[in-house]
Design a protein. Structure first.
Ligand SMILES: C[S@@+](CC[C@H](N)C(=O)[O-])C[C@H]1O[C@@H](n2cnc3c(N)ncnc32)[C@H](O)[C@@H]1O
Length: 295
């Protein structure tokens, strides 16, 4: 049976390309763009107006670079350089379709967030980057050591006074008051596939917002903004996230016999199960932080 398994290991072989199943469609959803836009607006307020350098880690199809370009235009920034880093070659092909204005250089590099010093060497000035970002990705990096490795690498390329933005909808507060509805959806999808939960499978560790904040602070950065924002995900957004391999695999990770079910069938079960619940939207909480390198 064909089974497309995404490589989200964060170490080892570079990510396998995703085809029909990718994050691209979800990253186009207005509510997803808006929660990221609002964080970028806040981040952009710290950028120097004459010339700035920004590095976006886990850039995917380039949403954050797009939003930075939008803000630079709105704020009238003179010049800028944006670098996006991600191991997923196919996402980067999509990202490379973004056409920046003449005053902004935009480059996408295939690689891991743990390697920023090497990947950006010679690309940013000795003083370091003005800002770095990691949006909706840290929860996908397996293991605390890798998560910390990426954050340390990000803090390492920042110049004194530079800022980092992070957000995640996959913290212990992600489902919030809608936890029952998310649980019902998952169980209904499993039921459709004739599967049941394997209680012996160790659940993927979900970190609390406080733990992510602490990991950021442990790199030596000072948190200057933190929030938990509730976003209503429309039916379209739910359908789109049901076509993202890392999400699909996460939902079914503890289903008995899940490795024998194709990603197509899992995705279809998620979409049909949501339709069965007769919901128009589902709420999700985004935890976000902006932190600054002390001068
Ligand atoms: C959910 S997507 C988010 C993409 C983008 N930030 C956005 O918001 O549209 C998560 C991304 O993390 C990337 N990723 C996984 N492991 C990584 C690593 N070790 N370093 C950098 N990126 C990684 C994946 O390839 C994927 O593109």
């Amino acid at each position: 049976m064909t089974h497309e398994t995404p490589d989200i290991s964060g170490i080892g072989e570079l990510s396998k390309p995703t085809t029909r199943f990718s994050f691209e469609e979800f990253s186009r959803q207005p509510e997803y763009r808006q929660v990221n836009r609002e964080l970028v607006v806040r981040l952009a307020g710290y950028l120097p107006k004459n010339v700035f350098t920004h590095v976006d880690v886990a850039t995917g199809t380039g949403l954050v670079p797009e939003l930075i370009i939008e803000q630079a235009a709105q704020n009238g920034y003179e010049r800028g350089a944006i670098i996006g880093v991600d191991p997923n070659r196919v996402s980067l092909q999509v990202a490379r379709r973004i056409v920046p204005p003449p005053n902004i250089s935009l480059e996408f590099i295939e690689g891991y967030g743990q390697d920023l010093a090497r990947l950006t060497a010679g690309r940013i000035s000795n003083g370091g980057a003005d800002s770095v970002s990691i949006h909706d990705a840290i929860h996908e990096i397996p293991g605390e050591e890798n998560k910390r490795g990426i954050l340390t690498s990000m803090a390492g390329i920042l110049k004194p006074g530079g800022v980092l933005s992070y957000n995640s909808a996959f913290t212990a507060k992600g489902m919030g008051e809608s936890a029952m509805k998310w649980g019902k959806w998952k169980l209904e999808a499993m039921r459709k596939l004739g599967g049941r939960r394997d209680k012996l499978v160790e659940a993927i560790r979900i970190y609390t917002p406080g733990e992510y904040r602490e990991m950021i602070e442990d790199t030596g950065l000072k948190v200057i903004h933190e929030d938990l924002r509730t976003v209503a995900l429309s039916k379209d957004a739910i359908r789109a996230i049901s076509r993202y391999p890392a999400f699909i695999e996460g939902v079914f990770a503890d289903m008995v016999g899940q490795s024998d079910v194709s990603i197509e069938d899992k995705s279809k079960a998620l979409i049909e199960a949501f339709d069965n619940l007769n919901l128009n939207s589902l709420e999700r909480n985004w935890h976000e932080v902006i932190a600054q390198k002390v001068k």
